[in-house]
Design a protein around this ligand. Structure first.
Ligand SMILES: NC(=O)c1ccc[n+]([C@@H]2O[C@H](COP(=O)([O-])OP(=O)(O)OC[C@H]3O[C@@H](n4cnc5c(N)ncnc54)[C@H](OP(=O)(O)O)[C@@H]3O)[C@@H](O)[C@H]2O)c1
Length: 289
């Protein structure tokens, strides 16, 4: 119960999160932007300019570099990303209306303003720049995250995420391995812990039915398994603090990544086709660096 209470505190209260993430780092007094190409304002990325079949995926060297809009944001250099079913679905326009409302609640912008849109939810990489209020991370830190679907995605050289969405990468994993986990792990975590209310203290003797156990979410959930007489809906939630807990399980050897196939950054469309074909037996990862 204490564990659950802690989780609720961590998720709901920003101040509680800051208190809990007490390993505050010393930051230099002057902010420095340090990227691989310091004078560049553009970066390589896979984008879409309209919704549709795989042909809408377009590689560009000229995607605008992300910038920090809020003091709690960090820019991450992407070393590895992954392709999830949501990326294939978003490519086809899934959730576009709802996501656009989240991006632009007052409908200030014109239709199609989300383009060029970068897909990709998972990232494992290195912090390049921190907003002024970011106390838990510093440039050079190796981190992992799952980026919410209303934000620009990770199939690009850099991505900007909130400090509360990002977490230090498990030390025992490579970037390729780490990029396979955040989105599916947080979905399974949301279902099992947050919605199911199950944890390592209260699951003895309970049984859990996991459908699709050979896929991305399933391969995580089956390792983390835990009873469902009733069913309730669960959704992915971006959460750095939950990823901190998951990183501990990974480094303790209790969770391991299950990767079916890796693709180089140049082969992102092939990776989408593979995920779209279904029958996953693990994750599809993109090596960006
Ligand atoms: N709501 C959310 O927040 C959220 C978040 C993440 C994922 N999801 C959804 O959850 C599902 C699983 O995600 P994932 O990342 O694990 O996908 P995945 O990696 O593609 O795996 C899908 C798994 O489902 C199995 N499957 C497909 N059709 C099935 C059926 N009719 N009956 C039983 N099993 C079936 C597949 O195996 P076979 O094809 O070999 O049977 C495979 O093991 C997807 O639909 C995804 O969109 C929702």
């Amino acid at each position: 119960m204490e564990f659950l209470k802690t989780c609720v505190l961590r998720r709901n209260a920003c101040t509680a999160v800051c208190f809990w993430r007490s390993k505050v780092v010393q930051k230099p007094s002057v902010r420095r932007i340090s990227t691989t190409s310091p004078r560049s304002t553009v970066m390589p990325a896979w984008v879409i300019d309209k919704y549709g079949k795989n042909e809408v995926l377009r590689f560009t060297q000229n995607m605008m570099m992300p910038i920090i809009h809020y003091p709690n944001e960090v820019i991450v250099k992407v070393h590895a990303a992954s392709v999830n079913p949501i990326d294939v679905n978003m490519r086809s326009g899934y959730g576009a209306t709802a996501l656009n409302m989240k991006r632009d609640p007052l409908h200030v912008k014109i239709k199609g303003e989300e383009f060029p849109l970068t897909l990709g939810r998972d990232v494992s990489g290195v912090v390049m720049e921190c907003g002024l209020d970011v106390k838990y991370f510093k440039p050079g830190d190796e981190v992992w995250a799952a980026v919410p679907p209303w934000k620009q995605g990770t199939l690009s050289e850099f991505v900007v995420v909130s400090g509360n969405e990002v977490s230090h990468k498990p030390k025992s994993l490579t970037h390729t391995q780490a990029a396979s986990l955040p989105y599916v792990a947080l979905t399974a975590w949301s279902a099992i812990n947050k919605v199911g209310g199950l944890n390592d203290k209260n699951c003895t003797g309970k049984r859990v039915l996991i459908l699709g156990a050979s896929g991305g979410v399933g391969t995580f959930a089956i390792q983390h398994f835990w009873k469902g007489v009733h069913y309730r809906w669960a959704f992915f939630m971006a959460s750095g603090p939950c990823l901190d807990d998951i990183a501990e399980l990974v480094d303790a050897g209790k969770i391991r990544p299950v990767i079916e196939q890796t693709f180089p950054f140049s082969k992102v469309p092939e990776a989408f086709l593979k995920v779209e074909r279904g029958h996953a037996r693990g994750k599809t990862v993109i090596n960006v660096v």
